[in-house]
Design a protein. Structure first.
Length: 76
């Protein structure tokens, strides 16, 4: 749980204000929480439920990067 009533979605929105277009991968052990259920994921966002294995995390990151065209496309 995040302190102060702040959600990961709130942190993602703040990150976008600082760096528009940033890729965000949310991770939570509460995948049925209303904040997660009601949030409409954009093409630059992903979600992975906890607990996860390193291989699962790698796949989730790869899937998110592939939507953008990979790390090289982001740097261009």
């Amino acid at each position: 749980m995040m302190p102060g009533g702040v959600s990961g979605i709130d942190v993602g929105a703040a990150a976008r204000k600082l760096r528009p277009g940033v890729l965000i991968l949310y991770a939570s052990g509460y995948s049925d929480h209303p904040v997660i259920r009601e949030h409409r994921m954009g093409p630059d966002e992903g979600f992975i439920p906890k607990p996860f294995r390193p291989n699962d995390l790698s796949k989730a990151i790869s899937a998110l990067l592939s939507r953008r065209g990979g790390p090289r496309a982001q740097a261009a």
